[in-house]
Design a protein around this ligand. Structure first.
Ligand code: CU
Length: 180
């Protein structure tokens, strides 16, 4: 008791004894309250949002048109997110098929370039990779694909992780948009 008082008096040498005790007491209280609060928020952070923080992704309409070039091909698909959290397609791999897969955007003047930041898939939104727009670009294609082939592709998302898709190879002119 005496040593504690002495110690806190030493720490707060410039304060009066009364103030020193009052400050020490309120600090202790604050620390306790703070701890309890931190515990509550951190457990809320790990439990509550976790159930809710995953995007729900579904891939439809995937296809690769029979390419004109022997070593490169385009890929198209739609990603629908029915979750309330947005996600981002960051990269694509298809190692058995293509030495290097990229995600490309088509600029206004019709040129394509790699989308370095990926493509967002908004909460309750849709990402469309389609002819004339954003697409997957398979480079260093090992064997030119033919209609009827299925290509194993992994789509990598920032939050949902890896989504595997078997992309069917369709005729060169195939365009699902024309059917609607
Ligand atoms: Cu491209």
């Amino acid at each position: 008791m005496n040593t504690r008082t002495t110690r806190s008096m030493r720490y707060t040498a410039r304060l009066t004894t009364f103030a020193a005790i009052a400050v020490a007491g309120s600090l202790a209280l604050t620390a306790c309250g703070g701890d309890a609060k931190t515990d509550k928020t951190s457990s809320a952070k790990t439990t509550a949002p976790a159930a809710d923080s995953k995007p729900k992704l579904a891939v439809t309409g995937a296809f690769i048109p029979e390419p004109a070039m022997p070593d490169m091909a385009g890929g198209f698909l739609t990603v629908k997110n029915t979750g309330s959290v947005g996600d981002r397609l960051t990269s694509v791999t298809a190692s058995a098929f293509s030495g290097k897969a990229e995600i490309h955007e088509t600029t206004k003047d019709g040129k394509m370039k790699e989308a370095k930041n990926g493509f967002p898939v908004l909460a309750n939104g849709t990402l469309e990779l389609k002819r004339g727009g954003n697409h997957i670009m398979f480079l260093d294609v090992k064997k030119k694909p033919k209609k009827g082939d299925k290509i194993a592709v992994e789509l990598h998302f920032e939050k949902a992780g890896t989504v595997k898709v078997d992309m069917p190879v369709e005729a060169a002119t195939h365009n699902p948009q024309q059917h609607h």
